[in-house]
Design a protein around this ligand. Structure first.
Ligand code: PMP
Ligand code: GLN
Length: 380
């Protein structure tokens, strides 16, 4: 077989989790909580199964869940998506992103991606026959930011899509109103589509708003918004998310979706719909994770790591130049094997080789797990 993805190996998340488990390290690498979800969410899914809701649901997702999603998006971001024609339930954001790209990007189209970039974006573009065009974020003492002048300069007549992610994995940066305005300026008067990955929409800290592109009518009309219940409800293994997009874009999305997965796990959808009636779990999430972020950051101040900001997500990036001059990948291996704490090299989020001496920790962990990791890191 002739490979279609010559540059792709096994994802760094899988590689680091395997090494962490082999070495018995505290796994702050792959992003997932080490605590359980709310038992009443499990009960809601169990109820659906016991009620016999176990056969194929409608292709686009069960209607009560699409309605619950539309209500939530409208309450939070002020944009009404029609649950019948503008919201599709996906098998996690990974499938939502792949399907958004496959349905919209044609062979030879250019797609602008901003590095560091989450690992599933570029393979999706390549499978569609598109051409990824990379713009690197700027990184300095204040952390990472998007150089919009460079994004603008990367636009050509072939540019068909720009992919953005806020809050951003791995850097933890959050787009501000000025970022959104800059993006709007770039696409105004063009046919460029946007894919906005908002899986961490409920993890923005210090009282800042989540600048969903749904808030901006001008952008919403050309955007596939992707989100994931895995992040919001501490159930990354359930692999359920959604895509919200204008009707004409959703129609194309569903043409691919129906032959990609056709549809998504029925009882989990009903369970989520019932659970979403109470907004508290997602409204309380920023406070919940902000405490963990602060615990972890306070602890790291006793180490030789240099902290970058973490405005959102459950990731903390650090510079390790005072500790080691190994490459990021080698440093992560060493940290996992010798110190017993797994991290992810930020270089894994670049397609063009880049070493910044920065690694990413995940703080979606029990406080005791974070303390154990901090004890180990304090020895450095
Ligand atoms: N986008 C980003 C930025 C992510 O961090 C993740 C999950 N780690 C995904 C997409 C994929 O989400 P899901 O697990 O719902 O497929
Ligand atoms: N998105 C998670 C992370 O960034 C990992 C998900 C995966 O393993 N694909 O760590």
């Amino acid at each position: 077989i002739v490979t279609k993805l010559p540059n792709v190996g096994t994802t760094i998340f899988t590689v680091m989790s395997a090494l962490a488990s082999e070495k018995g390290a505290v796994n702050l690498g792959q992003g997932f909580p080490d605590f359980n979800c709310d038992p009443s969410l499990v009960q809601a899914v169990t109820n659906a199964m016991q009620d016999g809701l176990n056969q194929y649901p409608p292709m686009a997702g069960v209607q009560v869940l699409r309605e619950a999603i539309a209500d939530k998006v409208e309450k939070l971001y002020g944009h009404h998506y029609d649950p019948l024609t503008e919201i599709t339930v996906t098998a996690g954001a990974t499938q939502g992103i792949l399907t958004s790209v496959l349905c919209a990007v044609h062979a030879g189209d250019e797609v602008i991606v901003i590095e560091p970039v989450y690992d599933c974006y570029v393979p999706a573009i390549e499978l569609a026959g598109g051409i990824p065009v990379f713009v690197q974020m700027t990184v300095d003492q204040r952390g990472y930011s998007i150089p919009w002048d460079k994004v603008k300069a990367a636009v050509t007549p072939k540019t068909h899509m720009i992919m953005v992610n806020t809050p951003h994995n791995p850097t933890g940066t959050v787009m501000k109103a000025a970022d959104v305005a800059a993006l709007a300026d770039i696409v105004r008067g063009t046919d460029i589509l946007i894919l906005s990955d908002e899986v961490y929409e409920h993890m923005v800290y210090d009282g800042a708003p989540h600048e969903s592109l749904a808030r901006h009518p001008e952008l919403a009309q050309r955007t596939f918004i992707n989100s994931s219940f895995g992040k919001t409800y501490h159930v990354t293994g359930w692999k359920v998310g959604f895509v919200a997009a204008p009707a004409a874009m959703t129609a194309e999305f569903r043409k691919v979706h129906q032959f990609n997965v056709f549809t998504v796990n029925t009882p989990v959808q009903y369970g989520l719909a019932a659970y979403m009636k109470d907004p508290a779990p997602y409204l309380d999430l920023p406070a919940f994770y902000q405490k963990k972020r602060d615990l972890f950051r306070d602890g790291l101040k006793n180490t030789r790591f240099e902290l970058l900001p973490s405005e959102g997500t459950y990731f903390q990036c650090v510079k390790y130049g005072a500790i080691s001059d190994l490459s990021e990948a080698e440093f992560c291996k060493w940290l996992t094997t010798e110190i017993g704490v797994a991290a992810i090299p930020v270089s894994a989020f670049y397609n063009t080789p880049k070493e910044s001496g920065i690694v990413r920790f995940c703080y979606a962990k029990k406080d005791e797990t974070l303390r154990l990791a901090l004890d180990r890191l304090a020895k450095l």
